[in-house]
Design a binder for this molecule. Structure first.
Ligand SMILES: [Ca+2]
Length: 146
């Protein structure tokens, strides 16, 4: 009776080890990216979406270029992987995504896009909400007599 239980425990331990190894694979590239471009540490570029279209394994144009360059970041700095007119290095220096043509230096992202959740809105993006109600008494002008 103990043997099947031991098998399950061993299988679970092996599965856990395999998952841990798989989880380490992508972050290593991300760590290498941040080591190559220290300015990106803790920014939106310090994330999987710098190379991936989403959080899955689909690569965006920058990720594809990086893969083809055997993960040599410097080799693809002069390329414009996403075709937005800005070279990858210039985008990284400006902290914009080199694999997303909608995100480039000076461009304002459309906050209605489905993938906008990967960017926290800045204070300037939030609309100013004016309180409803009557005009304040100090803004009401009394009619002039005469
Ligand atoms: Ca871009």
């Amino acid at each position: 009776m103990l043997r099947p239980v031991a098998r399950v425990i061993i299988a679970a331990a092996l599965l856990l080890a395999a998952c841990a190894i798989a989880a380490q694979a992508r972050p290593r590239i991300r760590r290498d990216f941040v080591a190559t471009y220290p300015k990106t540490q803790g920014t939106k570029l310090d994330a999987c979406v710098t190379c991936h279209a989403t959080e899955d394994d689909t690569l965006n144009p920058y990720g594809e270029a990086l893969k083809q360059a055997t993960f040599d970041f410097k080799a693809i700095e002069k390329l414009d992987s996403d075709g937005d007119g800005v070279a990858n290095r210039a985008e990284i220096d400006s902290l914009t995504f080199p694999g997303d043509p909608e995100d480039r230096p000076g461009a304002r992202r459309d906050s209605t896009r489905a993938d906008s959740t990967r960017h926290a809105p800045s204070r300037s993006d939030s609309a100013t909400v004016k309180p409803k109600g009557e005009a304040r008494p100090d803004t009401i002008k009394a009619p002039k007599n005469g």
